[in-house]
Design a protein around this ligand. Structure first.
Ligand code: 4GX
Length: 262
């Protein structure tokens, strides 16, 4: 993976490059990360990167010339990379898109500031426009970091725990089961007995059941989109059955339960 960031605030990435996943992947040669300061590509004396918008109005727009030059330089260095603009107008980043990026050769990430970039850059230089969510940031830098972190951890061999990216939330439209570590009792709350049983089949079954119920309660949209396995269906049917039994037991013992008087 080859990440190239284009920004007027390259120092914002200093700590990010030094952080865990990126450093490890770079050390293993699985990732190359670099940053271009767009200001370095401005030709005028004061190296101006923004200008007033045609048509008037408040705010500034990033000038096209320095951006175009920066993108051309990045492409010379990384000819196989796709050029991505971070913008609220982009397609919302999700795990599927992150997977797709992870299997690409590289990404040139354009971080806009102010009101955005000259539209002609958008038309002629941008392969993909990505948003990290429906809220407004001050610039694309944090969005680029979010995207890179989501992508980097999916590169095979980058995460220490090989299958943890696969068993993650969203990998199969399923939320993660709860996790516990020592101590066995914390502030009066005990770890579920099954997790301490050593019965791995029972543990797997419990975890799948927890994942399904969490997804049903917290993100029913994901459960709806999920391709259910035989085992998933059996668990869901068991709940339906258990719930029906509870209702049955009520209505046979208390015939008034539906009239609301009891
Ligand atoms: N997900 N912003 C970019 C300036 C801008 C506007 C239009 C290019 C085109 C954002 C987001 C985000 C704020 C970053 C506006 N640049 N980026 N910036 N949400 O809100 O990605």
């Amino acid at each position: 993976m080859d990440f190239t960031v284009l920004t007027i605030f390259p120092e914002m990435f200093d700590l990010f490059w030094q952080h865990g996943i990126i450093v490890k992947a770079a050390a293993k040669g699985q990732l190359r990360a670099g940053v271009f300061n767009i200001r370095d590509f401005a030709r005028d004396k004061h190296q101006v990167t923004d200008d007033r918008p045609y048509g008037g109005g408040s705010g500034m727009v990033m000038k096209p010339e320095p951006l175009a030059e920066a993108i051309r330089s990045a492409r010379l260095q990384s000819p196989k990379s796709r050029t991505v603009l971070l913008s609220p107008q982009g397609r919302t980043l999700d795990q599927k898109q992150a997977q797709a990026f992870a299997s690409s050769e590289g990404l040139i990430l354009i971080c806009g500031r102010y009101e955005g970039i000259d539209e002609r850059i958008n038309q002629s230089f941008i392969d993909e426009e990505i948003s990290i969510g429906d809220y407004v940031l001050m610039g694309g830098e944090l969005a680029a970091m979010v995207l890179m972190e989501a992508v980097a951890r999916l590169i095979p061999g980058v995460l220490g725990n090989e299958d943890s990216a696969q068993t993650d939330s969203f990998a199969g439209n399923l939320l993660e089961h709860p996790h516990f570590t020592r101590p066995p009792v914390f502030e009066g709350e005990a770890v579920p007995e099954v997790l301490r049983s050593g019965n791995h089949k029972a543990i797997d079954q419990w975890r799948l059941e927890m994942s399904l119920i969490r997804t049903f309660l917290k993100r029913p949209d994901l459960l709806k989109a999920k391709r259910l396995s035989r085992q998933d269906i059996d668990i869901l049917k068991k709940w339906c059955h258990d719930i029906e039994n509870i209702i049955e037991a009520q209505s046979s013992s208390d015939t008034d339960s539906l009239s609301g008087s009891g």
